[in-house]
Write a protein that binds this ligand. Structure first.
Ligand SMILES: [Fe+2]
Length: 297
């Protein structure tokens, strides 16, 4: 009896703090910074899929980037303790420190389409903030948004899905294409092998699920990619069980790409942990984040 009591007490001592932290962590918010930089003369691309983690480099204290974005993803407003007001304050603060060229949303407005109104309200507040600061607000849909109708219009962002926008480098005016791909949703998943643009200029692709990269024609891959979807694992478990057992269909995490900056087959990629929680309202060692990203050509 004593043994059972001791084992139960030890398990409770381990599990209760874990559960408590899972409940508390979604209320934190990190405003991170990252740099996506191509080496001079970098041109060759791997035809297969190779994943290399890039070292974290703060956008502050480096040279002026060609473009500077504020990127956030996966708000899932059913459980997103990072309010739109808190996010707008972060956008305002970042823009006042060094001007932003765009605010970009990486998809997943809500977990369930029936709650779309709350998601639109959240993003409309971000849109108003961007308008007030004179920053364009772009976005794509996520796998949870595939049944939403007119989400960009209702949310106030400019859709990048199968569209392109031409931006200019703040350093020398070089043209850079910002492009996006839609997400078909997880049921009857359809992956695109084609990009919505050619490769005459450097291309920054915004796509919700980074696994989309695997399906792109190797001859038409972008130079840069911004994604979300993986929530940094949301609740990290030992041995990456969250991916190796629970999310087996996500190929890139099996290869090590979960959150932050990577070189994937020569493309510089940033994967956001996102802001909200999907399905379960918990996070563990995956603090909600928005990120200021410096793009260097
Ligand atoms: Fe998500």
């Amino acid at each position: 009896m004593d043994k059972i009591y001791t084992v139960s007490a030890v398990l409770a001592a381990l599990i209760l703090p874990y559960i408590l932290w899972c409940i508390i962590e979604p209320f934190f918010f990190n405003l991170d910074s990252a740099v996506l930089k191509r080496s001079s003369g970098e041109g060759s691309r791997d035809k297969g899929i190779t994943v290399k983690k890039l070292p974290p480099v703060s956008a502050t204290g480096t040279d002026k980037p060609d473009l500077r974005f504020f990127f956030f993803s996966d708000i899932h407003t059913e459980w997103c303790p990072v309010s739109s007001g808190r996010l707008c304050n972060a956008i305002r603060k970042s823009h006042l420190e060094t001007p932003l060229d765009a605010v970009i949303f990486g998809g997943d407005i809500v977990t369930y389409p029936r709650n779309a109104k709350n998601g639109y309200k959240y993003l409309s507040a971000v849109s108003s903030c961007c308008k007030e600061l004179g920053i364009p607000f772009y976005g794509v849909s996520g796998n949870h948004d595939s049944d939403l109708i007119n989400a960009p219009e209702a949310s106030g962002f400019i859709s990048l899905e199968n569209r392109t926008v031409t931006l200019n480098s703040n350093k020398n005016g070089t043209e850079i294409t910002l492009a996006g791909l839609p997400d078909s949703g997880r049921k009857n998943r359809v992956w695109s092998s084609k990009m919505p643009c050619g490769n005459e200029t450097p291309v920054i692709l915004v796509v919700h699920d980074p696994n989309a990269f695997i399906h792109l024609d190797p001859g038409n891959r972008p130079e840069y990619m911004l994604s979300g979807h993986l929530h940094g694992g949301q609740m990290k478990f030992p041995f990456r069980i969250e991916f190796t057992v629970l999310r087996k269909s996500d190929k890139l995490p099996q290869m090590g790409a979960v959150q932050g900056p990577y070189d994937i087959s020569g493309t510089k990629v940033f994967i956001s942990r996102g802001l909200g929680c999907g399905l379960l309202p918990f996070r563990f060692l995956s603090v909600p984040e928005a990120t200021v990203i410096g793009i260097f050509l």
